[in-house]
Design a protein around this ligand. Structure first.
Ligand SMILES: Nc1nc2c(ncn2[C@@H]2O[C@H](COP(=O)(O)OP(=O)(O)OP(=O)(O)O)[C@@H](O)[C@H]2O)c(=O)[nH]1
Length: 385
């Protein structure tokens, strides 16, 4: 019994102490979370109020000036590809003048002795034609001049033209596969060492095709340099071509894949894929370009692999060209910067070495300075009228 009384006393005492502690003033209570605005308030009315039409009429702030609309880009209509080389012949004539003039000057000399023929051969070599071809051209010319028996300027010019055109290969197929087939766009991959003019060539080629009435999509798979994608976008915008790009450093193959996919979905005629193709190592290059090609081929055939070569780089460029040709199956060469060199003979050398025709030539930095290559027009420009 005494125990029971003791327990009851302890319970009552506990309750009194507990109650005192709980009701003690100044005790910190957990604060309610601060009120978070759930709707944007405008002058006391919420967006929802406005939508409902129940917002109080408030004096509105004077309307701020509307943001300027994005500048409208006028879509250009570039000239067609055909006949461009003839239009650009003045530029070619200027850079190759020494070559043609020297040859014609030598051939019209009073006496054509061994020294003169040696000079002719040297001139051809200096123009990057390659020693073997230069010797062959010189021998053939020598025989024909002797058979002809005269050295009338027009006749000599005609002979020289014939020999040069023969070396360049008038019958090589220089056509570009740029039309859709089997419900899929033509796919053109543009490869080459950095700085040769790949991105510029992609842009100019898009213009050639648009000028010929084709629809084009550009794939910026040169993800090594962000500026390359920007550059391509500018080219595309000017002619109304779609551009597929990703962030700098993205997988080039994934850009190429998306570009071809979008090209198929939007039913364009041709997809042009710009690549980085840095020449770190041959295996690295092979891995990158091989992967881009394999990935593209999951959706469409790659119709053209165009190797861009800078005509001003001579033997160095030839060496790089060989590496690319070993890594990918090049179907055509684009020789850029022919406006800046007197070494037009590179056309012959590159075709011989790679076994692929020169299909396009770059003759300046202007947007329409890319032309389909025509051997006769080229030689005419070199030799002058
Ligand atoms: N004179 C002349 N310049 C050219 C020609 N083609 C390209 N160029 C110039 O060459 C420079 C390099 O061109 P790009 O297209 O940026 O070269 P790229 O190969 O794409 O270079 P990366 O993007 O660094 O791989 C630019 O200043 C072009 O304007 C040409 O036919 N003639």
């Amino acid at each position: 019994m005494e125990y029971l009384i003791l327990i009851a006393v302890l319970v009552v005492a506990g309750l009194i102490v507990g109650g005192f502690l709980l009701l003690r003033p100044g005790r910190t209570r957990p604060r309610p979370p601060a009120e978070e605005p759930t709707e944007e308030r405008r002058g006391g009315a919420t967006v929802a109020d406005e939508a409902e039409g129940t917002a109080p009429t408030l004096e509105r702030a004077p309307p701020t000036e509307a943001p300027a609309p994005p500048p409208t880009v006028e879509i250009e209509k570039p000239p067609p590809g055909a006949g461009r080389l003839v239009r650009l012949r003045a530029r070619l004539a200027r850079s190759q003048n020494a070559f043609g003039k020297t040859l014609l000057g030598l051939l019209s000399r009073e006496t054509l002795d061994d020294d003169a023929w040696e000079e002719i051969e040297d001139t051809l070599i200096t123009a990057d034609m390659g020693a073997a071809v230069a010797a062959q051209v010189t021998d053939e010319l020598r025989t024909r001049v002797q058979v002809l028996g005269t050295r009338d300027a027009a006749e000599v010019r005609a002979l020289l033209k014939e020999e040069l055109v023969k070396q360049i290969g008038p019958d090589l197929d220089r056509s570009l596969d740029t039309g859709p087939h089997g419900g899929r766009p033509a796919v053109l991959m543009v490869v080459g060492v950095n700085g040769t003019g790949k991105t510029t060539t992609c842009g100019k080629l898009a213009r050639v095709l648009v000028g010929d009435g084709r629809t084009v999509l550009l794939g910026a798979a040169d993800t090594f340099r962000a500026a390359a994608a920007d550059q391509l976008e500018t080219w595309g915008t000017r002619v109304g071509a779609q551009v597929v790009r990703k962030d700098e450093g993205a997988d080039p193959a994934s850009v190429a894949f998306d570009a071809v996919k979008q090209g198929i979905d939007t039913k364009v005629d041709a997809v042009i894929v710009d690549t980085a193709g840095r020449l770190h190592t041959k295996t690295g290059l092979m891995d990158e370009l091989g992967k881009v090609k394999r990935v593209v081929e999951k959706q469409a055939q790659v119709d053209e692999v165009l190797l861009v070569l800078d005509a001003t780089t001579g033997q160095n460029g030839m060496q790089q060209a060989r590496v690319f040709a070993e890594v990918v199956n090049v179907t055509g060469v684009v020789l850029t910067k022919l406006d800046g060199t007197a070494k037009g003979g590179i056309v012959v050398q590159v075709q011989r070495e790679l076994g692929v025709p020169v299909k396009l030539v770059g003759l300046g930095e202007g947007p329409d300075d890319l032309a389909p290559f025509e051997p006769e027009a080229f030689v005419d420009a070199i030799l002058g009228d």
